[in-house]
Design a protein around this ligand. Structure first.
Ligand code: PLP
Length: 403
């Protein structure tokens, strides 16, 4: 089998860009707490504020709307819980209804569940169609049941497992006409699709650095000015009291550098990566004709027709008669780093809540593999996958029959 290693797991984390690594190294070598008043502190503060301006500009936000967090997970938690609580003063939820799509990342689903278990929220999980797209009629129906102004809606921009792009503009229009606040987890969308915070009319948006070629451990929640948000982390009052903690100037700068590069080259790069992705899918289907593409895909399965409404680098397939663990193990041995796309706890693959919500039977969902491409991907990566997939699947099938 192949000697070359192919990294096709960009949706899990994309390699850091050299410019972002250099920016981190340069800044990390300097001393200075951005909150200190002396010269070193002011220098660090300057770096943070210039980076904030860059992040805001590239995402269509105002600098005061950027709240730096430790990453996408924290930003999602802050959005869901912070918008529902609405204020740091007094107990109770100002917006006790939380509407989330069934295919959200656990960083959104779990705080929503937690709010209902611990703080009395009414959490409503919105269904999706066979491609993973949220059903707008269901959103309308749930919003019509309440006062609207009592609700927070969180629907992701694009799904991390099957790549489905959600109708964010329609979600915002419907939710806002009823007075609900809207958050979107744009972790997978930023740098791959055009994302403009102000233009979409969103109240909050999550972004994470390590999905755009920046470092792990930094991200941001964009929060529209005037939107009431209760902080989760209390302390030194940084980020206008919305997220305490010493600002990591080196991470912030590295994040801004990576984001700038990702957005500058986005259009051409997304087209290039989509071409590779299409070649990968075609090659895999040639080698394993009974594999099934999940998510929006022309002819992939009934209901999956909209080829445009999918992340450019995402190829998600299920292989009948296989367990994903065996497939991933076989791919890894053959030099291909992919993933199943769903949560993995202590090495044990959990059933995908995304595929279940799309109506994929459990037996089929068990054989899922997500190949995700990005800025370092080349034809050689596609060839590596296509070159080994038939043998890997044959072995996984044999193992399933024997086991
Ligand atoms: N939301 C989505 C859609 C993601 O894909 C991820 C990462 O896998 C996250 C949130 C979490 O982001 P982070 O790893 O920065 O905490």
């Amino acid at each position: 089998m192949s000697e070359r290693r192919a990294y096709v797991d960009h949706a899990a984390t994309t390699p850091a860009r050299p410019e972002a690594v250099a920016a981190f190294a340069e800044e990390a070598a300097r001393t200075g707490n951005p909150s200190s008043v002396h010269d070193a502190g002011r220098g660090a503060r300057r770096v943070v504020e210039e980076s904030r301006e860059l992040v805001a500009d590239r995402l269509g936000a105002h600098p005061t709307e950027v709240v730096f967090t430790s990453g996408g997970t924290e930003a999602d938690n802050l959005a869901v819980t912070g918008l529902a609580r609405g204020t740091d003063e007094g107990p109770g939820l100002r917006r006790p209804r939380v509407l989330v799509s069934a295919v959200e990342h656990h960083a959104v689903l779990d705080p929503a569940t937690h709010l209902s278990a611990r703080e009395g929220a009414e959490t409503v999980v919105l269904p999706v169609d066979a491609t993973g797209r949220v059903l707008l009629d269901a959103l309308d129906e749930v919003l019509a049941r309440g006062a609207g102004g009592d609700s927070v809606v969180s629907v992701m921009w694009a799904n991390n497992e099957v790549g489905t792009v959600q109708p964010v503009a329609e979600v915002v229009a419907r939710a806002r006409s009823r007075g609900a606040l809207v958050h979107t987890d744009a972790v997978q969308a930023v740098g791959r699709l055009p994302v403009d915070f102000a233009a979409t009319g969103l109240d909050a948006l999550t972004v994470s650095a390590h999905k755009v070629g920046g470092p792990v451990g930094i991200g941001a929640l964009l929060v529209r000015r005037g939107v009431p948000l209760a902080p989760l982390v209390h302390g030194g009052g940084q980020e206008r009291g919305l997220r305490s903690g010493t600002l990591p100037a080196a991470l912030v700068r590295s994040f801004a550098v990576a984001l700038d590069l990702a957005i500058a080259g986005r259009e051409a790069e997304s087209a290039r990566v989509a071409g590779l992705r299409d070649a990968l899918v075609a090659g895999v289907l040639r080698e394993v004709p009974d594999a099934v593409v999940r998510g929006p895909w022309p002819g992939g399965h009934p209901g999956a027709r909209d080829g445009l409404a999918r992340l450019p680098g995402n190829a998600h397939l299920t292989f009948p008669g296989c367990e994903s663990e065996a497939l991933l193990f076989g791919l890894d041995r053959a030099g291909v780093a992919a993933s199943a796309g769903s949560a993995c706890q202590a090495g044990v693959q959990q059933a995908s809540h995304v595929l279940a919500a799309m109506g994929v039977p459990d037996a089929e969902a068990r054989g899922a593999v997500r190949f995700s491409l990005g800025w370092t991907s080349t034809d050689a990566d596609v060839e590596a996958v296509v070159g080994v997939i038939a043998e890997v699947v044959a072995r996984a099938r044999a193992a399933a029959l024997a086991g």
